[in-house]
Unconditional design. Structure first.
Length: 230
């Protein structure tokens, strides 16, 4: 089965793959997760707001992003953001911002829609009586959300948030379509250079499986611990 399989190409390339490719992938995942949770929480609070306009705007954004293929959004932002940046800078022409920043904006805005729904469910899982108790203590809406509701919502939704982050980690491989050197993109360069597509793509699949499966197991254990605490 492994006759002619060149393990040496993996040995020669793994430093480059992890130093350049995996660093790109993990950095993008971490920053997009933080940005996505931040904006997703704001969107969730907007969706639950009593102001109908805010709720409709947030709902429209979430439904739009969740209805579009991610690869299409990546292309859209990659070509659109330079025009927006050029317009803001007043140059009148597109200003390239690079594949990394384009991908970061894309994944942050795209994942915010998914984190929004997760946080909305977390906020709604908190008993309404705790909100009224916060108001009774003299706290305003933002103080009640920041000190009472959101901490509990984050704890309840932490396993789901981490699961969505694993999905985000896997989805970052799509940035190869804009020639970004993520882990998959770095492997593709080596594969095309050495004509060893089977070896490199098999190695990439194994690495993604090990990382994703390991993180999924940690999330499962975390979920069991949170269930015991609750």
């Amino acid at each position: 089965m492994f006759a002619g399989y060149d393990f040496d190409v993996i040995q020669r390339s793994w430093v480059y793959l992890f130093r350049d490719g995996m660093t790109f992938t993990l950095t993008l995942t971490a920053l997009a997760m933080l940005g996505g949770i931040f904006f997703g929480t704001l969107l969730a609070m907007m969706r639950l707001s009593s102001f109908r306009i805010l709720s409709m705007v947030a709902g429209g954004y979430v439904n739009l992003m969740r209805s579009l293929p991610l690869v299409l959004v990546i292309f859209w932002f990659f070509f659109l953001v330079p025009y927006i940046y050029g317009w803001i800078a007043g140059n009148g022409r597109p200003i390239p911002i690079g594949a990394f920043y384009s991908a970061l904006i894309t994944f942050t805005m795209f994942e915010a829609a998914y984190y929004c729904e997760i946080m909305r469910a977390g906020i709604q899982s908190i008993a309404r009586g705790q909100v009224w108790a916060g108001y009774a203590l003299g706290l305003n809406y933002w103080q009640t959300m920041g000190r009472i509701v959101l901490p509990q919502a984050f704890r309840n939704m932490l396993p789901v948030l981490l699961t969505q982050t694993i999905v985000l980690f896997q989805d970052t491989s799509l940035v190869y379509v804009i020639s970004a050197t993520d882990f998959l993109g770095a492997a593709a360069k080596v594969a095309n250079r050495d004509y060893r597509l089977v070896e490199m793509y098999t190695f990439v699949a194994v690495v993604y499986f090990v990382i994703s499966f390991g993180l999924s197991s940690l999330v499962k254990n975390l979920q069991a611990r949170i269930a015991i605490i609750r």
